[in-house]
Design a protein around this ligand. Structure first.
Ligand SMILES: [Zn+2]
Ligand SMILES: [Zn+2]
Length: 294
């Protein structure tokens, strides 16, 4: 199996333009938002014309639909003990999966939110309940994947054990449609020392595999502005941060990085690119070339 590199490309002009920019950077994987990520989007459906434009654009690239990841809105805190907020976040997550299923993509990834009352076990159960609700509402093959977090404040999913405990609350019959993915910046910020050695990188992936019973469904390839264990979620270009390029080479040598989307969420240069300009971002191109060399 191969390495499928891609990025969360700029979507000025619509998601089909994000697809075209990815294709023009020779990407084999892609991540996007299907709604404005700072809103709940719990009432936002996707129009059929938008689905058609997206699928037509994707067919002109080397990106298979199963290697497209939709990133859910950041505001969806399905860990919250506040019943009203939880219901809205749960509905927002279900809508994310509904829109992504309509697009026919491989997965939705989401940040599981924060246990604001410090009861982390109850929070894990609430996250799982939101996953189950979303999976029950959208019949399809699009998976719903928990993303590990940098661990700031009371955020959940900062360790392998915590990702494992969230997924353990999902009934067996639904388990194949859920799972998790790993962000390298978040791993490092939450205390996994990826830059220590190749063996430590392998141990980190082993820990997540043991705690969850499966390999990651995607990776986010980001260097980290913050130091080891800083809980700081600030991405940098690979090689420019505290992790360093060598560690990414060690990660890519692990067979678990093959066959799944490997997504850059690193800084971009032309964030105000014109709506009808499908040129790839120069930083994305630079990162793609670096990854191919590692
Ligand atoms: Zn994320
Ligand atoms: Zn991040």
């Amino acid at each position: 199996m191969e390495h499928y590199f891609g990025a969360h490309t700029i979507d000025n002009g619509g998601i089909h333009m994000a697809v075209r920019r990815a294709g023009n950077a020779n990407m084999r994987a892609l991540q996007l938002f299907t709604a404005i990520p700072k809103y709940y989007g719990d009432k936002v459906s996707i129009r059929p014309e938008r689905v058609t434009r997206f699928r037509d654009a994707l067919a002109a690239t080397k990106i298979a639909p199963e290697r497209v990841v939709v990133h859910a809105a950041y505001v969806l805190n399905v860990a919250t003990p506040d019943a009203e907020k939880w219901t809205r976040a749960r509905d927002g997550l279900a809508k994310e999966l509904e829109r992504s299923t309509a697009l026919g993509v491989g997965a939705v990834c989401f940040h599981p939110g924060a246990a604001t009352d410090d009861d982390r076990e109850a929070a894990a159960e609430r996250i799982a309940a939101a996953i189950v609700h979303a999976l029950d509402g959208a019949r399809g093959s699009t998976r719903l994947l928990v993303e590990n977090t940098a661990g700031a404040g009371r955020t959940m999913a900062r360790t392998a054990e915590e990702v494992g405990s969230i997924l353990a609350h999902v009934p067996k019959a639904l388990r194949a449609r859920t799972g998790y993915g790993l962000d390298t910046c978040h791993l490092f910020a939450s205390g996994y020392d990826l830059r220590a050695s190749k063996a430590e990188v392998k141990r980190t992936l082993d820990a997540f595999e043991e705690a969850t019973g499966e390999a990651p469904g995607f990776f986010h390839l980001n260097d980290s502005e913050g130091a080891l264990g800083s809980n700081k979620d600030r991405h940098m270009l690979i090689g420019d941060g505290a992790i360093g390029a060598e560690a990414f080479g060690w990660l890519l040598a692990d067979p678990r990085t093959r066959g799944v989307p490997l997504i850059l969420e690193t800084p971009q240069l032309n964030t105000d690119i014109g709506d009808d300009d499908d040129a790839p971002d120069p930083y994305d191109v630079q990162m793609m070339e670096l990854l191919e060399r590692l």
